[in-house]
Design a protein around this ligand. Structure first.
Ligand SMILES: N[C@@H](CCC(=O)N[C@@H](CS)C(=O)NCC(=O)O)C(=O)O
Length: 245
């Protein structure tokens, strides 16, 4: 998802159907000085993954007024903090939130380095595998319908560990699982289980978290868990995308 936006692509209808029914965070007054973490984003885009990260780290986020989005290219998500901090690119936002949390807690360089590496991998390597684009940036398919040696390796790693970084769930998992979970929302017929059962187990563990539901909405969570469960049960048990609404 480098240049494209899930909500603005040919998948717009699907994204809208999955938008959380409740606002995730309180909308800040645009005239106020932004003295807190402020996220410019919208449901149906990739910005909920930043909400998910903040919820996991227990960092309060307020929603910014999109008409004042300071992103240099006018994109979302974009984050500001304490007036003079501006962060754009979802991966950079996750890293910034992690660094805020690290300042408050026990700092573990090895864990922070691993988290930053997985966040970069999700954006630079996993995204182009998950979302195949036309030259003008429209998503037309997912690379997860066929075999992929990177995902084979991911599956192998997840056969030996519950989450990506030793020490438990982290923003590495927010970054990586968000992309994988977007794939099944936008391409619900894709079967991941026959090739990558450990990845499917991992996706279920990530999507099952309360913070995932708070960020993406309970309907998204239920759909993902149902779809992943269907994959495990075998072909022919798939639910139609809108069957649950
Ligand atoms: N690589 C960027 C991609 C940002 C992006 O493509 N955002 C989309 C929404 S998901 C957007 O703002 N599209 C409108 C535009 O590009 O003008 C990131 O990870 O933050």
């Amino acid at each position: 998802m480098r240049a494209h936006c899930l909500s603005l692509s040919l998948l717009a209808a699907t994204a809208a159907a999955f938008a959380p029914s409740q606002p995730i965070v309180k909308v800040g007054r645009s005239s106020q000085l932004q003295m807190a973490l402020t996220l410019y984003g919208s449901p149906g885009s990739r910005s909920p993954l930043c909400n998910w990260a903040a919820l996991e780290l227990k960092l309060p986020l307020q929603a910014g007024d999109l008409s004042r989005n300071p992103h240099p290219f006018g994109q979302i998500p974009c984050l500001t903090d304490d007036n003079d901090v501006l962060v754009f690119e979802s991966g950079a936002i996750l890293n910034y939130l992690q660094s805020k949390a690290d300042k408050k807690g026990i700092n573990d360089d090895a864990r922070s380095a691993a988290i930053a590496s997985w966040i970069a991998w999700a954006n630079a390597s996993l995204d182009p595998i998950c979302f195949l684009e036309t030259p003008d940036g429209k998503v037309y398919d997912t690379g997860l319908k066929s075999g992929n040696r990177r995902i084979d390796r991911l599956d192998q790693l997840l056969s030996k560990a519950e989450f990506l970084v030793p020490g438990g769930f982290s923003l590495a998992d927010v970054a990586v699982s968000s992309y994988l979970l977007y794939v099944i929302q936008f391409f619900p017929d894709v079967d991941l289980y026959s090739k990558w059962p450990n990845v499917v187990r991992y996706m279920k563990d990530c999507a099952g978290r309360d913070e995932y539901a708070k960020a993406f909405g309970e309907r998204v969570q239920s759909f993902c868990l149902q779809r992943l469960g269907d994959m495990e049960s075998g072909p022919g048990t798939e639910k139609k995308l809108f069957g649950m609404f």
